[in-house]
Structures are given as structure tokens and as C-alpha cells.
Design a protein around this ligand. Structure first.
Ligand code: ZN
Length: 251
């Protein structure tokens, strides 16, 4: 680096540090901003988590009626051999089948965001084949679609607290991420004190974190094109016309 360049960098840094702090741009907030960006510490944190500075993430409970309705409609259309539904399921299956193997969930440090998003889908798929006893488990592809579509349909129905595209993307990614579990392995070892006695050992691998904005962006760009064309006016109306929706309206 040249001397001139170094001096210029130093000057730039100084002006950045001495810049008068502006007020946070979130609604009704007058706290000074962080040195970078236009949000205060608190609103920056909210935005990182939910995708919008002024809205917290939607709870699983609020999403539940949309999820049940989407699940019902998808299963009915699949059984009727509806072409666009079968195509969507096949494409999601293909995406999951094409994923290469990734290390265990606690061994993903340093992976670039795009691969992190793939690893997330890989682990959901892998777990889906292990937990056969879980009720309503009809494969990872269907479950991922149900959870993503529930959020998309909430958005189309104006039920999300923010209309920011980054909020929608983050909420879809979080809904899919919610399918992931920690990995628990149980294996038996023989007791040292009483030979012949088998002891059960339980090893838990903690669930990977969703981490940064970029993982959300990649995850969304992997799955959204698969269901984009399924989200027709007719299919959205079909989901919104289910009994779970009316119960929600009455509340
Ligand atoms: Zn603020």
C-alpha cells in the first residue's frame, strides 16, 4: 500500500469516527445510530433477527393456522395429481437429492454463506430420513414447502407486520430453519465397574445457527423459484379458504 493511500485511509477513518451521530431511522426512535448504518444498537439487533427494524419475528403460533391450511391443500392437490403441485414437489426433492454431504452441524465453522444455506437444507433432509416415527412426516421436501408457503401466504394476505422484502425472506428462512433439530446419538458402552452391564451414553450435537443475512438470502434464492409459480391466485385463495383460517378470523 502506498503512503498516499495509507494517509487517505486514515483520513477516511477519522471522518467516519468524528461524524456526528445521527438519530436512528426506526419509527419513533431517537437514539443515536451505531457508527455504521442508520439504526441504533437495539433496532439493528431486531433487524438482524427478523429482517425489519420495526417488527419482531412472527411466532410459530401465529403461523400455525396458515401452516395447517397449506399442508392440507398441498396434500389434497398431490392426491388429485395436480400437475403444478407434483412439479413443485419433484423440484424440491431434486434440490435436496443434489446436495452434497456436509459435516456435522457443529463442524460448519468458516463455511461461506451459500454453503451454509445448503448445509442447512442437507441436515433437514438427513434428519427427515432418520425420524420415521414422527407423525405427519412425509419427507423433507413437503415439510419445507409447507413452512415456506405458510409465510408467503401470510404475506399475500397482509398478515405480516412489515412489508419489507427482507422481512419476508428472513421469516421464510426462519420457518424452514425451524424444521432443523439438534442431533442426538445414543450408544451403549459396557460398564467398567460391572462388566456385562450396558450403559447408555447420549451425545448431543447442537443445532447449527442460521447466522447472517447472507445465509437467509441464499436459502431464499434456493427455494423461492421452486414454489413461485405454484403461488397462483387460485391456490392462495384455496389455502385462505380452509377452516383453520376462519377460526383465526374469529379470534
Ligand atoms: Zn432505534
Amino acid at each position: 500500500m502506498s503512503v498516499i493511500q495509507r494517509q487517505r485511509n486514515k483520513r477516511n477513518l477519522q471522518t467516519l469516527q468524528h461524524r456526528p451521530r445521527r438519530r436512528c431511522s426506526a419509527w419513533k426512535c431517537s437514539t443515536p445510530t451505531l457508527p455504521v448504518g442508520n439504526l441504533c444498537k437495539r433496532h439493528h439487533k431486531i433487524e438482524t433477527r427478523s429482517g425489519a427494524a420495526n417488527a419482531a419475528s412472527i411466532s410459530a403460533r401465529r403461523r400455525a393456522p396458515f401452516r395447517r391450511a397449506a399442508q392440507h391443500v398441498l396434500k389434497v392437490l398431490r392426491n388429485r395429481r395436480d400437475e403444478s403441485t407434483l412439479l413443485m414437489l419433484r423440484e424440491m426433492d431434486a434440490l435436496l437429492q443434489c446436495l452434497s454431504q456436509y459435516p456435522r452441524q457443529n463442524n460448519l465453522r468458516g463455511l461461506p454463506p451459500k454453503d451454509r444455506a445448503r448445509a442447512l437444507l442437507y441436515h433437514i433432509k438427513r434428519q427427515g430420513t432418520q425420524y420415521r416415527s414422527r407423525p405427519a412426516n412425509e419427507g423433507a421436501a413437503l415439510r419445507i414447502l409447507i413452512h415456506a408457503l405458510a409465510v408467503e401466504i401470510m404475506s399475500r394476505a397482509g398478515k405480516l407486520p412489515s412489508s419489507a422484502p427482507s422481512y419476508l425472506k428472513t421469516q421464510v428462512a426462519r420457518a424452514v430453519y425451524g424444521l432443523l433439530r439438534s442431533d442426538i446419538r445414543v450408544y451403549e458402552i459396557e460398564s467398567m465397574r460391572r462388566p456385562g452391564l450396558m450403559l447408555k451414553n447420549r451425545v448431543v450435537t447442537k443445532k447449527m445457527s442460521l447466522q447472517r443475512k447472507n445465509v437467509v438470502r441464499h436459502l431464499y434464492s434456493f427455494i423461492e423459484p421452486i414454489y413461485r409459480y405454484w403461488l397462483t391466485k387460485e391456490n392462495i385463495a384455496l389455502v385462505l379458504g380452509q377452516k383453520w383460517m376462519q377460526r383465526q378470523e374469529n379470534q
